[in-house]
Design a protein around this ligand. Structure first.
Ligand code: SAH
Length: 466
């Protein structure tokens, strides 16, 4: 295979990143924008020893599972790599990824993963959007999304997985910038003002936060922005009551791809929005981690709660607890919940959130789970003169999974159940392997689709003592 060579292949597999995979004499080609079952003409763009990458030129025979993407910029945009695949097949694709990882990386060949919990409507579901702002060759403001693997911005006001309120907000910000001569940030020269528009909304409360991320200490003409935003009509569907309740500025003057800087100021309204998951109310500040798909989050947490099997007498740990979301869900049905989280502001939110809901049996610690839990275990074991135990331990780590020292302490505490919530099934599989070598078995495992049209998936696994 050589660069620029064209060939016809049948797509027979899909990579974890959602690219179709076809073969020519055993040589694998990865082709973006194709799905299993397609027969396609492709042009080779990059070759390695045993595999290469090709660009889709033409679909000759479409797969029965191929659908026309709703989003007109599906191919250029770096997000939503599965838009050409029909939704039921997206779910099956994700189920297989989880199962393959658990079997191959975890070596747990007898574990089967249940059917993924899917969405009723797999569009317009995100409660958070971060639109980059830039300038095109002719000096016009560009607001949209990054093209795949680049920082060139594809202009779009409507994202098909974003909240409908984003559209009028972007229009208003654009007008504010044009009318007041406020430049977009330029990554090369590091000049200009507006870097990103962050929009967060509460799907239940219908509260909206708009936060401009800027490259200087103060936003010019802030009253003009407030005026513009307050004047827009957000009610996309009557009798809904979507309304902006918070307008903020975040200062990020660093040369970095990280979107938010550390300092936030409020221009108008509150410095947070509130939202519900189930009947629990949460306060969310611009910097806090909060699941982006609220309609699925309730299903995810309910699954975690069901797996925890609480009766009201249990001591539960919720490790990597963020703003206390899962902790508070569990607290209503447990005797005591301890939450551990590394970000101090998130723990401040968690404590406020417990108060908002009248929950007094949850206690929170700031620190690394792999340090806080072993320390607490050793001190309490010494103090009590007997081993400290827990009834249930829930973990929800970031993509890199849990530290082995944390898993070791968890095992020492002999919980009857461990509920592992994971956003990366490869590290989940690695950690399940460890726990299964230490007296636990995987009782159940199910995925929950929090990222329809994209390749990511959340998994919940229940482990019990063998
Ligand atoms: N369970 C929460 C948060 C899950 S995201 C929810 O569903 O909303 C993972 C969280 O782990 C983030 O809040 C992150 O800040 C935190 N985190 C990352 N590394 C950590 C560590 N070593 N110890 C404790 N928390 C950590």
């Amino acid at each position: 295979m050589e660069k620029n060579q064209e060939c016809i292949i049948k797509i027979e597999d899909m990579s974890h990143e959602g690219e179709g995979v076809g073969r020519v004499d055993g040589y694998a080609l990865f082709v973006k924008d194709t799905v299993i079952g397609d027969v396609v003409r492709v042009k080779v763009i990059k070759t390695k020893k045993t595999y290469g990458y090709a660009r889709l030129v033409e679909v000759l025979t479409p797969s029965p599972n191929r659908v026309e993407p709703r989003c007109p910029i599906a191919r250029q945009c770096g997000g939503c790599n599965l838009q050409e695949l029909a939704y039921p097949q997206q779910l099956e694709f994700k189920r297989r990824i989880i199962e393959n990882n658990i079997r191959r990386i975890g070596g747990l060949t007898d574990v089967s993963v249940e059917k993924i919990i899917g969405m009723d409507n797999p569009y317009f579901y995100r409660n958070k959007a971060q639109f980059p702002v830039g300038t095109d060759k002719d000096g016009n403001i560009r607001i949209g999304f990054y093209a795949g693997r680049t920082h060139s911005i594809i202009e779009t006001e409507r994202c098909y997985i974003g909240a409908p309120v984003n559209e009028p907000i972007i229009k208003a910000v654009r007008e504010y910038m044009q009318e007041n001569n406020i430049a977009a940030y330029n990554e090369q020269t590091r000049t200009g003002v507006v870097r990103h528009i962050l929009i967060r909304c509460g799907f239940t409360t219908e509260e909206v936060m708009v936060c401009l991320v800027i490259n200087q200490k103060k936003l010019p003409a802030p009253e003009k922005l407030v005026e513009k935003l307050k004047a827009i009509e957000l009610n996309v569907q009557n009798p809904d009551n979507w309304h902006i309740s918070s307008i903020m500025v975040n200062v990020n003057m660093e040369n970095t791809n990280v979107i938010l800087g550390t300092a936030c100021t409020t221009l108008w309204g509150n410095s947070y929005i509130e939202d519900y998951i189930g009947d629990i109310k949460y306060r969310i500040s611009p910097m806090s981690f909060y699941q982006v798909n609220p309609r699925q989050t309730v299903k995810l947490y309910q699954t975690a709660l069901d797996f925890a099997g609480l009766t009201g007498n249990e001591t539960v740990w919720d490790l990597y607890c963020g703003i206390g979301t899962i902790s508070l869900f569990l607290a209503k049905q447990a005797k005591k919940v301890y939450g551990v989280e590394i970000v101090p502001q998130a723990i401040e939110d968690a404590i406020v959130n417990a108060g908002l809901n009248g929950i007094d049996n949850a206690e929170f610690f700031v620190g690394k789970a792999e340090e806080v839990l072993p320390d607490f275990y050793q001190k309490e074991t010494a103090r009590l003169g007997k081993k400290l135990t827990a009834d249930v331990i829930v973990v929800d780590p970031p993509r890199k999974g849990c530290d082995e020292s944390l898993l070791a302490t968890m095992v020492q505490m002999e919980p009857k159940r461990i509920v592992y919530v994971s956003c990366d099934s490869a590290t989940l599989a690695r950690d399940l392997k460890y726990l299964c070598g230490e007296g636990y078995k995987v009782e159940k495992c199910i995925g929950c689709d929090m990222f329809a049209q994209g390749v990511h998936v959340e998994t919940v696994a229940l482990l019990t003592q063998k």
